[in-house]
Design a protein around this ligand. Structure first.
Ligand code: PLP
Length: 337
């Protein structure tokens, strides 16, 4: 079985498991797990930010960030398809008591102008705009990446209006590789960044939230409230450290393979509009002689799992569990459909 449903399906390799088994651990709620501390420091250093906090999921890192940046009754600006709005169970309302101002972007990307327009005036009728959140790469945007100059323009609007800027960087390393950018550029601009270790990087569990020392101190309080304070979590953090040390270099291979699959799909009569592949995610419209459900079934019959993400679209996600040989096989099967 070749699983292209998500880059979350990766399983730890033997080397990663050995790193996990050998991790020195302590009670992380007491701040005494050396491996968790090292992972937090490593990522903070990579992004040039002051501090980090290890959490069980990217949903938790995003939700903690939103909670720390806002007060109940305030408003968060984000793109309509963003994970924080679509896929976190209504957490913005549930955890933070905030409303959301949705912007229709271009493949998940929003502009400084749209944000400026969405910021509420100082008017007692309106909720106070308290946070802008961006997603890079954009999941439902088909792994789309921002141009960094557009992020700088957004930052200017945020600074002018005294609004913090959060990054849902579940796949930020994919964006850095695709755009040839550095993590430090991002660390300079964002007030908080959520990074997933359990996506393309191949760790089984975990995300890290980055920010200033003061921000992360508040984040620790919220993580405890949400039940995310883990004890000997170094076993999990060791997988994250292993991933950062060994798997970052594998990301570009996923991007190249996603492009090859895109080229194969473009030749098919049942493929409608495709979101041009920028990173490891392939999203295509399926219509005519097949619909998304048909295609998912057909491919499943060949041992290839993909996902119908809407009534018109399918998604395939490349990750380190998919070898070059498997990509050749996938393309052969697509060619024969
Ligand atoms: C996967 C993902 C997350 C976090 O998801 P978890 O499953 O909670 O770790 C956050 N944002 C985006 C864009 C994602 O793709």
């Amino acid at each position: 079985m070749i699983d292209l449903r998500s880059d979350t399906v990766t399983k730890p390799t033997n080397e990663m498991l050995i790193a996990m088994m050998n991790a020195s651990v302590g009670d992380d709620v007491f701040g005494e797990d050396p491996t968790v501390n090292r992972l937090e420091e490593m990522l903070a250093e990579i992004f040039g930010m002051e501090a980090g906090i290890f959490c069980p999921s990217g949903t938790m890192t995003n939700q903690i960030a939103i909670k720390v940046h806002t007060q109940p009754g305030q408003e968060v600006i984000c793109e309509r398809l963003s994970h924080i709005y679509q896929y976190e169970g209504g957490g913005i309302a549930f955890n933070s008591g905030c409303s959301v101002k949705l912007i229709d972007g271009n493949r998940g990307r929003i502009t400084a102008e749209q944000i400026l327009d969405a910021i509420n005036p100082d008017d007692i009728h309106k909720p106070t705009t308290a946070l802008v959140s961006l997603e890079n790469t954009g999941n439902r945007g088909g792994g789309s990446c921002y141009d960094f100059k557009d992020i700088l323009e957004i930052k200017k609007v945020c600074l002018d209006n005294n609004i913090p800027l959060h990054l849902d960087g579940a796949r930020i390393f994919n964006a850095l590789v695709a755009k040839n950018e550095t993590a430090k550029q991002y660390g300079e601009v964002f007030d908080s960044i959520s990074v997933c270790l359990s996506k393309g990087l191949g760790a089984p569990v975990g995300s890290v939230l980055l920010g200033s020392k003061n921000f992360i101190k508040k984040a620790r309080r919220i993580r405890k409230v949400l039940g995310g304070g883990m004890r000997q979590a170094g076993i999990l953090a060791a997988a994250g450290i292993y991933a950062l040390e060994n798997n970052l270099k594998l990301i570009s291979k996923d991007h190249a393979n996603a492009k090859r699959i895109e080229q194969a799909l473009l030749k098919k009569d049942f493929i409608g509009e495709m979101l041009p592949v920028e990173t490891n995610i392939v999203i295509a419209e399926v219509n005519g002689r097949l619909n998304p459900i048909d295609l998912v079934k057909l491919m499943k019959g060949h041992g290839i799992y993909l996902m119908a993400i809407s009534t018109t679209q399918i998604r395939m996600v490349l990750h380190l569990g998919i070898s070059d040989d498997e990509v050749i096989e996938i393309i052969k099967i697509i060619d024969g459909l």
